[in-house]
Design a protein around this ligand. Structure first.
Ligand code: UP5
Ligand code: MG
Length: 190
């Protein structure tokens, strides 16, 4: 992967904050490839891989799957795609994810998009989604929120300290959020 020069943007935010929805918009307007770490892990479960059962039970508990598993899937997806611009959605989720990805791939994100939203609104969105995700029940949602606060927010704080976070108010309509996202991706001549 070190030979392939790629541009990466991390897309972070709590469960149900709208990462996947906005990534679809960014793909259409700005030509990135969207890689959702959660989607890659769910595909791995479906493929019947040897890690499938482990991944499934971790997702059901809202826990973070071991870095090496997720990083392998991300690396493969980046190498398989001819694009050189990637949105990595929902990863890194803890400090260990972040440090391992950096060490293995030598990739530093251009910036980090952070979707800021209240738990109340995120829970409402997840419970309305109805896509049959095994982690979309009240009990698992609570666990996902707890892991987000304890493990994922520190990653955002780390990038904040490096001046890399572009924080978006995600509690608005999908269209309004995308207006704010567009501003981040549109180059200015300053
Ligand atoms: N919606 C979206 N935007 C809206 C808006 N502005 N107004 C009103 N409604 C809006 O959106 C959620 C729902 O809200 C949708 O119905 C949408 O239409 C609506 P979505 O865009 O799907 O939000 P997203 O942030 O993508 O929510 P998601 O549930 O996917 O976030 P999670 O971070 O919880 O899920 P993810 O798939 O990333 O991870 C799932 C699990 O996988 C984790 O809990 C973990 O166990 C595991 N995982 C790892 O272990 N490691 C990883 O690196 C990644 C995942
Ligand atoms: Mg998602």
């Amino acid at each position: 992967l070190a030979e392939k020069k790629v541009k990466v943007v991390f897309v972070l935010g709590g469960p149900g904050s709208g990462k996947g929805t906005q990534c679809a918009n960014i793909v259409k307007h700005f030509g990135y490839t969207h890689l959702s770490a959660g989607d890659l892990l769910r595909a791995e479960i479906k493929s019947g891989s040897e890690n499938g059962n482990m991944i499934q039970s971790m997702i059901k508990e809202g826990k973070i799957v071991p870095s090496e598993v997720t990083i392998k899937l991300l690396q493969r997806a980046i190498l398989e795609d001819s694009n050189d611009k990637f949105l990595i959605d929902g990863f890194p989720r803890n400090e260990e994810n972040r440090a391992a990805f950096e060490a293995v791939t030598k990739i530093e994100p251009e910036f980090v998009l952070f979707f800021d939203c209240s738990e109340e609104e995120m829970e409402r969105r997840i419970l309305n989604r109805n896509q049959g995700r095994e982690d979309d029940n009240v009990e698992t949602i609570r666990k996902r929120f707890k892991v987000f606060l304890e493990s994922s927010l520190p990653v955002i704080e780390y990038y904040e300290s490096k001046g890399k976070v572009r924080k978006i108010d995600a509690a608005q309509s999908i269209e309004e959020v995308f207006e704010a996202v567009k501003a981040v991706f549109t180059p200015t001549n300053e």
